[in-house]
Design a protein around this ligand. Structure first.
Ligand SMILES: C[S@@+](CC[C@H](N)C(=O)[O-])C[C@H]1O[C@@H](n2cnc3c(N)ncnc32)[C@H](O)[C@@H]1O
Length: 207
């Protein structure tokens, strides 16, 4: 297994030392992501894998809607902060896994996989392949996958790290034909400092 302690330390440092509201991906209002799902999908309780939860407000929103969550992040500091905010929750499985490596065997299959600004930090082809292998293993038949990553016109770096930017065609090459594309959009996220960060949002359903 590859040593991920450097990557983990990098993210831990960010989550321990910086105010959440100053982070270049912080969102108080997560409705764009929630509303990206077709009406009704989130109305029923679902098991949802959050690829790199960070301290996202999305978690609070999904819990309030009654979903069961697998909250993953390479940063145990981010997870500790999130746990401090949401408290002990029966509906949560906590996981501090590096998505460039295989996930534990005992995770339950999921109805929905949500990734906002995590996949684009995987640069090596081997790491990207492993990410999609995990996604393919965990997402149930007819399950949904929302990938929201830096668009081709987006920044080349984030959080001090290089990113792999995605066109729709590049994302489709990873997802089709096992999944079908349901919907996609270009979304201009504005950072707390006022910068424009173009994202590709792409929603897929497993065939
Ligand atoms: C830009 S932040 C986005 C956080 C959250 N998704 C949001 O929208 O607020 C990227 C997150 O991915 C996590 N991360 C980075 N590389 C990762 C990896 N290889 N495996 C799992 N999580 C990772 C970071 O610790 C961080 O929480």
């Amino acid at each position: 297994m590859k040593d991920n302690s450097g990557k983990q330390a990098h993210w831990n440092h960010i989550f321990r030392d910086k105010p959440e509201e100053s982070l270049g991906w912080y969102e108080q209002d997560v409705s764009y992501t929630l509303d990206f799902f077709p009406e009704g999908i989130l109305a029923e309780p679902q098991t949802i894998f959050i690829a790199g939860a960070g301290t996202s407000q999305l978690v609070d929103g999904l819990l309030a809607m009654g979903h069961r969550l697998i909250l993953n992040d390479i940063s145990d500091a981010a997870l500790a902060k999130l746990r401090g905010r949401i408290g002990k929750q029966d509906a949560v499985i906590w996981l501090a896994a590096d998505l460039s490596q295989a996930l534990p065997d005992d995770l339950p299959p999921v109805d929905i996989w949500i990734d906002r600004a995590v996949l684009h930090f995987l640069i090596d082809e081997q790491a990207i392949k492993q990410y999609f292998a995990s996604l393919n293993r965990l997402v149930k038949s007819a399950g949904f996958v929302l990938l929201a990553e830096f668009a081709e016109t987006g920044a080349e770096r984030c959080a001090g790290l290089p990113v792999h930017r995605y066109s729709l065609a590049a994302m489709n090459r990873r997802m089709l034909p096992v999944f079908s594309l349901l919907k996609h959009a270009h979304y201009d996220y504005i950072t707390p400092a006022g910068g424009n960060r173009p994202y590709l949002y792409a929603l897929y359903q497993r065939n």
